[in-house]
Design a protein around this ligand. Structure first.
Ligand SMILES: [Zn+2]
Length: 127
């Protein structure tokens, strides 16, 4: 099963003059079912608004505790593929499984697929 992911990144300025980045990711990724280890199609639905801050800048306690804001430290250039991949990985369920599936064998519940394999197409070359 092939995964297909598309994403959109938009940058704009917020009311405080802060640099904001909106990332929207949609698509379907095959994850490994924790019970039968077969592919489970997972609908991606990422819509994140992040506030860009220069790398190395210390955030105040207030800023860190503000749940309405997410910060993204960036160096001069943002590695878009890496950023999108990270955000996708964060959005994935820890233990994907089919709603119903048989138990053909005792699947090791601790086993996990490597989502980087599914995402390697994003980078143009495998990790
Ligand atoms: Zn299953």
């Amino acid at each position: 099963m092939e995964g297909e992911v598309s994403f959109r990144i938009e940058g704009f300025k917020g009311s405080r003059g802060e640099h904001l980045l909106q990332l929207v990711v949609t698509g379907v990724l095959p994850l490994a079912c924790q019970r039968c280890l077969k592919a489970v199609p997972y609908d991606l639905d990422v819509d994140n608004l992040l506030e860009l801050v220069p790398e190395g800048v210390e955030l105040s306690q207030d800023e860190l505790e503000d749940d309405t804001r997410d910060f993204l430290p960036v160096a001069k250039e943002l590695d878009v593929a890496e950023f999108v991949e990270d955000e996708i990985l964060l959005s994935l369920p820890v233990a994907p499984r089919h709603e119903k599936c048989g138990l053909p064998g005792a699947a090791d519940a601790g086993e996990r697929i490597n989502p980087f394999v599914a995402l390697s197409g994003l980078k143009g070359k495998p990790n």
